[in-house]
Write a protein that binds this ligand. Structure first.
Ligand code: CA
Length: 237
C-alpha cells in the first residue's frame, strides 16, 4: 500500500504543487485547507506524515502542531512544517510546537520530496528492535511506547513526539556515554545535511520536558562542550 500524506495548506496553488509532486513520487495524498478539516481527515485515516503550513486561516499551523502533539491521535505522526519565515527564532518556534522538520517557502519540489523521504525513513520502525530499559525507563520500539516504573502500582506512560522517541531510543540504546550533537544527528536524524546542530538542543529540551512529568529529566545530562549523556541515575540526585 502506498504511503499516505496529509497536506494542510490553504493556498490552493501551493497545495496543488505539493500534491502533484508527491503523487508523482508514489504517495497517496489528501489536502486539507485548514486545521479543523485536517483533524477530521486524520480521524478518518491516519497519515504517515503531515505537511503543515505555518500560516493558516483560523487556527495557526503552530497551534495545530501543538494540539496534535497533545492528542493520542496525532502524537506519533511526523510533521514537516512549511514556513515563509526564515528567521532562526521562527524555526525554533516551529520545532518547539512539535514539528519534526521544516522547509522554508519558496522551496523546490525536489527538496520537499527529499525531506519527506528523509523524515519517513527516520520513523520506520525496525521490526527487530528490542525494548530497552535504563533506570526506571522502559522503551518498546514495536508499540512505540515509553513507560516509567515509579513507586506506584501502575507504570506511567510518557508521551513523546516521534523525534523525541527516536532520540530517547538512541540514548537508551547507548547509555552512560557522551554523544556529540553531530553524532546524535547522524544516528537519530540520519545523514541529512539539512539539519542544524542546534536542532538537537531543541529536541533534547522537549524530551526533558516530557521526562520531567515523571521526574526523570535529570537522567539526560548536558556535558559541556561535548554533548549529551543518558545516565541510569541522575547526576544531581
Ligand atoms: Ca498559508
Amino acid at each position: 500500500m502506498n504511503q499516505y500524506i496529509l497536506i494542510v495548506e490553504d493556498e490552493p496553488s501551493i497545495a496543488e504543487l505539493i500534491s502533484v509532486n508527491l503523487t508523482h513520487s508514489g504517495f497517496e495524498v489528501q489536502i486539507a485547507m485548514q486545521a479543523d478539516e485536517a483533524l477530521m481527515s486524520i480521524r478518518e485515516r491516519t497519515p504517515q506524515l503531515i505537511i503543515l503550513d505555518w500560516m493558516l486561516p483560523g487556527k495557526s499551523g503552530v497551534q495545530f502542531a501543538k494540539d496534535l502533539r497533545a492528542s493520542d491521535l496525532g502524537k506519533t505522526i511526523p510533521v514537516l512544517m512549511l514556513t515563509a519565515k526564515g528567521e532562526e527564532s521562527d524555526k525554533v518556534a516551529g520545532l518547539n510546537a512539535g514539528a519534526d522538520d521544516y522547509v522554508t517557502k519558496p522551496f523546490s519540489p525536489r527538496e520537499l520530496i527529499a525531506r519527506v523521504n528523509a523524515l519517513l525513513r527516520r520513523y520506520e520502525v525496525q521490526a527487530d528492535n528490542k525494548s530497552a530499559t535504563v533506570g526506571v525507563l522502559t522503551l518498546d520500539p514495536a508499540s512505540h511506547r515509553v513507560h516509567a516504573f515509579l513507586d506506584t502500582p501502575k507504570a506511567k506512560e510518557i508521551l513523546l513526539g516521534p523525534t523525541e522517541f527516536r532520540l530517547l531510543e538512541f540514548l537508551m540504546g547507548h547509555p552512560e556515554r557522551v554523544h556529540s550533537r553531530s553524532s546524535l544527528l547522524d544516528h537519530v536524524w540520519g545523514n541529512d545535511s539539512y539539519i542544524e546542530e542546534r536542532t538537537v538542543d531543541v529536541h533534547i529540551k522537549r524530551l526533558r520536558s516530557a521526562l520531567a512529568l515523571v521526574a526523570c529529566e535529570n537522567m539526560i545530562e548536558t556535558v559541556r562542550g561535548s554533548g549529551y549523556r543518558l545516565s541510569k541515575s541522575s547526576p544531581k540526585s
